[in-house]
Design a protein around this ligand. Structure first.
Ligand SMILES: *Cc1c(COP(=O)(O)O)cnc(C)c1O
Length: 230
């Protein structure tokens, strides 16, 4: 068994255990293997171990990688999207997790209309209100919600968050809970499901699953460490 294969098995087991603790089905939690900075060969290894969905956070890097790999692989864009990269990215990714401003959403909607696409997206929420983070603050989401929902091309499927960095996984729990509660309020207010909650990374995905994550984004625990700041 390769190291990536072994890591994947371990991560899947931990997801299943966390789901069981919360009385949820593990089938309701999707695992995104975050392959940013790792070469196509590492992705291929994970693919051969049964992993089908991969996460990338830089358009430039992913264009080359995606072209090298079988077309059956599925890709999610999990990072901050620059407006000048939207057209290039739209046909490559099946879900965009990092819609972090009304401005970006409007640009994406306009380009999607020009190119005949209906992108699936998640709104990134900065639930902890960290100054240096991307994402809409909850109060900004309240303000921009109607304008976001009015965009005809974007299919808004739910919310995404990145918890503040912490050593202890438990430190992320209140932020994940806030995102779920915010989703419940939005769903009640709009009558739309907002069914997807993308939250949890290598350090805290088990806690995220306990708090209702339907997608977890796991890089390091599958592929190994990337070095600082990436
Ligand atoms: C890099 C990244 C991840 C994965 O982080 P790990 O700690 O390596 O699991 C998840 N989500 C986003 C948005 C990322 O940029």
């Amino acid at each position: 068994m390769s190291e990536v294969e072994q890591n994947l098995a371990e991560v899947r087991e931990r997801i299943a255990a966390a789901a069981a603790r919360a009385g949820r089905s593990a089938d309701d939690v999707g695992l995104i293997a975050v392959s940013k900075t790792f070469p196509a060969e590492a992705v291929r290894e994970a693919w051969e171990a049964g992993q089908s969905v991969f996460g990338e956070s830089r358009v430039q890097e992913s264009v080359a990688k995606i072209a090298e790999l079988p077309g059956a692989l599925r890709w999610h864009f999990i990072g901050h999207m620059q407006k000048n990269k939207v057209r290039r990215a739209l046909p490559l990714f099946e879900l965009f997790h990092g819609i972090d401003s009304l401005d970006l959403a409007q640009a994406m909607d306009r380009i999607a209309a020009e190119d005949g696409l209906f992108p699936r997206v998640l709104i990134e929420v900065n639930v902890a209100g960290e100054a240096a983070k991307f994402g809409l603050r909850p109060e900004a989401l309240d303000r921009d919600l109607d304008a976001l929902l009015a965009l005809p091309r974007l299919q808004i499927e739910g919310l995404m968050t990145i918890a503040p960095y912490a050593e202890e996984p438990e430190a992320s729990r209140p932020h994940f809970r806030s995102l779920r509660e915010l989703r419940d309020r939005l769903a009640a207010h709009t009558g739309l499901p907002f069914g997807t909650l993308s939250m949890g990374m290598s350090g805290d995905f088990a806690v995220a699953v306990e708090e209702g994550a339907t997608l977890v984004r796991v890089g390091t625990a599958i592929f190994g460490s990337r070095g600082k700041g990436l």
